[in-house]
Design a protein around this ligand. Sequence first.
Ligand code: FES
Ligand SMILES: [Fe+2]
Length: 330
Amino acid sequence: MTETLDAGAYRGSEQYSRERTGAFAASWLFFAHASELSAPGEYVARELAGYPVVVMRDEHGSLGAFHNVCPHRAGPLVHDGRGSATAFVCRYHGWVFERDGALRSARDFGEPGPDPACRLFDVRVDTWRGLVFVNLDGTAPPLDAALGGFADQTIGFEFESFVPAGEWHHDLECNWKTYAENYLEGYHIPIVHKELARSIEVAQYEVEAYEDWCVHRAPPRDGTVLDGRWLWRWPNLALNLYRDSMNLEQFLPLGPSRTRVAYRYFSRDGTLDEEVSRLSKLLLMEDAAICEAVQRNLDAGAYRAGVLSPRHEQGVARFQALLRSTASPD
Ligand code: FES
Ligand SMILES: [Fe+2]
């Protein structure tokens, strides 16, 4: 019988710190949709697991990615969000960096000046089918190789031609793993998601777990909008694919005990199906309530560890194996 992670793994800054470096910085992480960075000079800045990152399109059409941290004394380069600029001007003392990260000038610094090799802290960036990914510590295999079988599962879904149709997020009072593990099993569906359970053949719900990704399948019932394929990739990306739309879901830790679930919808014509939107919000609210209750119980002290269903929870088992191998205390 596979035993779960210990309850202590779902809280505390030491464990979170190991996960930031072992799970998040070492992996390719979804960052933005290519349409957010279409023109030269356009940039997107946002935080991933506490790492501030900025990605910018240069005048040659290539993407450059950097920690949004100045090498002088750690000042912030740009505000989070989207913008456009010809160079990065640090918001602390005004050093200027080229779009490729090289230091252009160090305002009124004096002699000797900074090392001419001084530049922004580079982040690896690559694009797959219109989705921009970053690798923060630069050690991951190339993106194509890293996506492997996960990418193969998307063949037949033509989402490169989709355009953004809306986005929203919801912050949960739980560890990011509490939410991720909930995403990784359908065992709770008949109990927690009554409406979803009526829309799909829930008895035939299956999760297949592979090296660092999973696929969920359930035969739809007539009339549901949920006829598609649901994919998850380590550590925090879910891609819910349908014939004419896609819902990209990311689990973003805001610290050891808070998680932002960010949704981005894409569709062939840029419109958001109201039924898809209503259902995904309903499901998230149902998951948020149960995950926050589970987190309170993990923190309360009675529970140390449990067991995983061989029939339903192999996705959770895979996730926990990856967690143990990348971010365990020993
Ligand atoms: S911290 Fe950026 S210029 Fe000083
Ligand atoms: Fe759920």
